[in-house]
Design a protein around this ligand. Structure first.
Ligand SMILES: [Zn+2]
Length: 374
């Protein structure tokens, strides 16, 4: 019978599993023995248990027995792996790094810049998911139950915030409302204002607001880990300097543009950006549901508005089918440009390590083109 395992391995298993060095007869390791000559060459065969009655049955038993050994050894390996993997998972929150969870992409990027190598930052929104219709899942609640810091935008962006916090049993969790020091703008549309409580949640699209959000996030880190206060403060200052330098670049670049008005085929999200840089902004619709679409009458009205303002470009938003912008572009001959709201990023963008700053740099380039800047 051909063995499934080499003899030394079987001997080791015998010793470990059955506590004896001598192998049972079915695994006799007495070494090779001569069995005669063939064409003048000595033939040898590995020793095996003496052949006896029912040997054919015994061969089957040998195989079954070896399979049992295999099962024993694999069970041991799996058990060891499970224990060690389990320990790793248990240890993750105690790896020495702060476990930080953020709701939207900008907060995720801000927290990574503030926390540096002292924090493991994760994003609650899965890549590519539209944020306004996002509802936290049971696994998100479990995740927050183990976190040190949770960062959200504001109650208008995450209207589920109070419900989810009620369901979390984590007294040590530091909760950061990153818009706490920002005056939220009223929604432009009266009807929508009444329906949603009347505030525009897209604060991060004004880069000076983004800097205030970094401060709020930094406060959260300091509260949770005061020993490393200086580390977080320095990181925050360094990142805020980049945000404010880009804000300056926006102001300078957009000051001399031929157009001071732009149209987006998406939901109302660039109110803060428009206000900051003295621009007029025409969204395809007010409110914050990117699933909503203007009716044909609205599309005709928007197309006329685009033409009346002499605009040659229409912007479309990220993660949503640019059908509205494309229809208006088709009607008017305008060209399409992306204006990324940075709420969330796609899987592809995540793989490319895209950053909030790079998104805003790209937005500036497209705005310069769309507004026909000199
Ligand atoms: Zn939005």
């Amino acid at each position: 019978m051909r063995r499934l395992l080499p003899a030394p391995v079987l001997q080791f298993i015998n010793t470990v599993a059955f506590g004896r060095r001598s192998a049972p007869k079915v695994f006799d390791f007495r070494g090779p023995r001569r069995v005669g000559k063939l064409f003048g060459v000595e033939r040898v065969r590995l020793s095996r248990a003496p052949r006896r009655r029912g040997a054919s049955t015994l061969s089957v038993r040998h195989r079954i027995c070896e399979l049992k050994y295999l099962i024993v050894i694999f069970s041991i390996i799996i058990a060891v792996c499970q224990v060690s993997c389990g320990r790793r998972a248990e240890n993750a929150p105690h790896s020495g790094k702060l476990q930080v969870v953020s709701s939207l992409f900008p907060l995720y990027d801000f927290a990574k810049n503030v926390g540096g190598d002292r924090a493991d930052v994760s994003l609650l929104l899965p890549p590519g998911v539209e944020p306004h219709s996002f509802e936290p899942r049971p696994e998100d609640i479990i995740k927050l139950g183990k976190a040190d810091i949770f960062i959200y935008t504001n109650n208008y962006m995450e209207p589920w915030i109070n419900d989810i916090l009620k369901g979390i049993n984590n007294p040590g969790l530091v909760i950061v409302n990153s818009s706490k020091d920002i005056e939220l703008l009223k929604e432009e549309d009266e009807e929508e204002a009444q329906e949603h409580g009347g505030r525009d949640p897209h604060v991060w699209l004004d880069l000076t607001n983004a800097a205030k959000m970094v401060d709020a996030i930094c406060d959260g880190f300091v509260k949770k880990d005061p020993v490393h206060k200086e580390f977080y403060r320095q990181n925050a200052e360094s990142y805020k300097a980049k945000l404010l330098a880009l804000d300056k670049k926006f102001s300078e670049s957009l000051a001399g543009c031929k157009k001071k008005i732009f149209m987006s085929g998406g939901h109302y999200s660039f109110g803060y950006l428009a206000k900051r840089y003295n621009l007029r902004y025409l969204p395809a619709y007010y409110g914050f549901s990117p699933d909503a679409e203007p009716n044909p009458k609205d599309l005709i009205k928007l197309s006329k508005e685009l033409t009346r303002n002499g605009l040659h470009y229409i912007f479309y938003e990220e993660l949503v089918n640019p059908g509205v912008a494309r229809t208006i572009a088709g009607e008017t001959g305008a060209k399409l440009l992306l204006l990324h709201g940075a709420h969330n990023i796609s899987r592809d963008e995540l793989d490319r390590n895209i950053t909030f700053l790079s998104i805003m740099e790209h937005n500036l380039e497209n705005l310069k083109e769309g507004l026909e800047c000199r």
